[in-house]
Design a binder for this molecule. Structure first.
Ligand SMILES: [Fe+2]
Length: 253
């Protein structure tokens, strides 16, 4: 067995996401609601003065979790790498994601680990968040996972950026619950290929599912209007959450 020095033991500390202004304040509100971010979890919010004397929000950081490591449950940090492996004359959503953004490198999805994926999935679905797969069971690793729609806004090009949510070591009763809900799609042979195939279908059809559906995105955007993130009050957040819940209850099966 090979060992490596301590200084090569990494944990992800934070991620930095660049967002188009049309996504920025909606993301602020949606993160508050979907990730349960409290005002104390807003680690910072910085502003930039404009030539006319007004201020524009420049950056904010949300703490979306704080795990205490448990014995026999190491919080691993993993980088998964993918290249377009289809022949040049064959379509490839991976190639599209890179070439479509004139990028040689692209962080495609962040996998966020939760201790209760079924509860998170219900919470997010009830608030209109769209997923492109049911909850899948990985056969090789003891984990369950689900993939969200991509982060972009109505009328914009899909960004190629989305979230995976996963839970490691699900219980037998949790597995049974998912199995009951999924019926046909249970136990895909390989969940990587399950996601891969789904993204390929989306990119070929030209219809990429957004994280927040267009109609809901527009109503959140309208509700926020021209407010900067620091002007979004707790009442606004509650009203936006109600918009999301109303949308969710209208559109959930
Ligand atoms: Fe993943």
């Amino acid at each position: 067995m090979s060992t490596k020095p301590d200084f090569l033991n990494f944990s992800v500390d934070h991620m930095t996401l660049l967002l188009h202004p049309k996504l920025y304040t909606v993301a602020y509100a949606a993160f508050r609601i979907i990730f349960g971010v409290t005002p104390e979890d807003l680690l910072y919010e910085k502003r930039r003065s404009q030539p006319d004397g007004s201020e524009v929000s420049m950056t904010f950081a949300n703490r979306i979790g704080e795990w205490q490591p448990k014995e026999n449950d190491p919080l691993q940090t993993i980088i998964a790498v993918v290249q377009p492996s289809e022949p040049a004359d064959q379509p490839s959503h991976v190639r599209d994601m890179l070439d479509g953004h004139e990028s040689a490198a692209h962080w495609q999805h962040i996998a966020l680990r939760t201790p209760d994926l079924i509860a998170f999935h219900a919470h997010a679905s009830a608030r209109g968040v769209q997923f492109i797969t049911p909850i899948l069971k990985d056969e090789e690793e003891n984990l369950i996972q689900v993939f969200s729609g991509e982060w972009f806004f109505p009328g914009s090009k899909s960004s190629g950026m989305f979230f995976e949510f996963l839970q490691r070591e699900p219980s037998d009763s949790e597995l049974a619950e998912i199995q009951k809900a999924n019926k046909q799609t249970w136990f895909r042979d390989e969940t990587f290929l399950g996601l891969y195939g789904e993204k390929e279908r989306e990119y070929r059809s030209g219809k990429v599912t957004p994280f927040i559906p267009d109609e809901l995105f527009n109503s959140i955007s309208e509700k926020i209007g021209s407010k900067q993130v620091w002007e979004i009050s707790e009442d606004d957040i509650n009203e936006i959450e109600q918009l999301m819940l109303d949308y969710g209850s209208k559109h959930q099966a």
